[in-house]
Design a protein around this ligand. Structure first.
Ligand code: TYD
Length: 387
């Protein structure tokens, strides 16, 4: 397989087997109609981008049934408010224009009601939610062609923001050309995503699923930006979603670049060393053994907390069904009463957690650990980490 960015032959380092669409929670009648794909993960030795191989069509993922709502986490709302405050202070003039690509239910843009703003969101259900909250948004996939329409109706942007969205967009070439065109000459693009280096360090293989097509490091992002005539000028690590990174990019060289900081990060990433990926793959196999060893002896007296997309990767890779985990509690209404993709574990509303008082709980939403531990503080629970 060839790199989607630079056409170099990719090196495969991980095979997570047959997987369903990660957020495709099923009503009982849908069980015979599931889409599966082969989840393999590759590294590009030329541009250093990590990417999955086979993946379902974007229209099968981002549609009327999209199950991810940003507003389900109070912690994420606070995080986005802080990012919004920084943007207002440093990058967005009072009469400025901000575009968020992948604006979901409008949680981030709700901080910009007093500014000219536009959200681009392909999933119709979450887009409608944002519209109900009076956020300006369009129900589209973002690409270079759409950029021309945005510019025609709204003009160029001072700031473009993508949070946990850029890795989802398979048409990376068109998206990057679009972002570059959309920005004013002194505009900036702020992109937050899970940081590859943390995934490798934490063996968080559950970050690999069909929505996350690309994974970036400082080395890969810097290389990709230079291929498109853009400049990565700064980065910031943030403790959300298991360790994320914010890439700050300008399309001209008007922002002073922190070369020393970027070089330092590249050196600790050490991505020239392919064995790093091979060691990671061995650790993933060990994680599977460890998890099964923890839950087998509990003979089905185990539940899950948070029906995350990540849990789909773990359940299907480890072949864990409702014989081992009886149910998963989740706060998202659209997931409740449904079955988990592939392994068909029941998803039940969170309020039942308080009533059932389960003892052994796999924390599938481990990326919200701080928030969840605060909420469940004082309960006698044997927490089990899935990774
Ligand atoms: P998310 O963080 O989006 O992970 P992924 O991208 O892997 O889907 O999903 C978190 C899920 O956990 C979401 O379905 C809501 C649920 N959740 C709870 O049930 N309780 C909580 O306290 C929190 C924070 C999340």
């Amino acid at each position: 397989m060839e790199c989607r960015i630079c056409n170099t032959t990719l090196k495969r380092f991980l095979d997570l087997g047959r997987q369903p669409i990660a957020n495709n929670f099923l009503a009982n009648g849908d069980l015979t109609n599931e889409t599966f794909y082969h989840l393999e993960v590759f590294f590009c030795p030329e541009c250093y981008t990590v990417q999955i191989g086979d993946c379902p069509a974007k229209e099968d993922i981002f549609n009327e049934e999209y199950a991810f709502f940003t507003s389900t986490s109070e912690y994420m709302k606070r995080h986005f408010k802080m990012l919004a405050d920084e943007i207002k202070e440093k990058y967005l003039p009072n009469n400025g224009f901000i575009v968020e690509i992948g604006s979901n239910d409008g949680t981030f843009l709700s901080n910009f009601r007093e500014h000219s703003h536009l959200g681009i969101e392909p999933s119709r259900n979450v887009y409608k939610c944002a519209r109900e909250r009076k956020i300006s948004c369009w129900n589209n996939f973002f690409d270079e062609e759409l950029t021309d329409e945005i510019i025609e109706y709204c003009g160029q942007a001072d700031v473009v923001v993508t949070t946990n969205c850029f890795p989802h967009m398979i048409d990376r070439d068109s998206v990057l050309k679009g972002i570059k065109k959309l920005l004013k000459p002194k505009g900036v693009w702020i992109n937050e995503e899970a940081y590859l280096n943390n995934i490798l360090n934490m063996t968080s293989y559950d970050q690999f699923y069909n929505e996350h097509i690309f994974f970036s490091s400082v080395a890969s992002f810097r290389k990709t930006m230079s291929m498109y005539g853009m400049s990565l000028y700064a980065i910031e690590q943030v403790p959300v979603h298991g360790g994320s990174i914010i890439f700050y990019t300008s399309c001209t060289d008007h922002m002073p670049v922190s070369h020393f900081g970027l070089d330092y990060f590249e050196s600790i990433e050490n991505l020239d060393y392919f064995e790093r990926f091979q060691i990671f793959a061995e650790k993933v196999k060990q994680k599977r053994k460890d998890l099964l060893n923890k839950i087998f002896p509990l003979k089905g007296d185990v539940v899950g907390y948070g029906a995350t997309a990540k849990s789909t990767t773990v359940l299907n890779y480890c072949k864990i069904g409702n014989n081992l985990i009886s149910k998963i509690y989740d706060t998202t209404p659209i997931k409740q009463g449904k079955l988990s993709p592939g392994m068909h574990v029941s998803i039940v509303p969170y309020y039942k957690f308080e009533r059932d008082k389960p003892k052994n709980v796999v924390l599938f939403a481990w990326n919200h650990m701080t928030e969840i531990m605060e909420k469940e503080n004082g309960r006698d629970i044997n927490w089990i980490l899935p990774i």
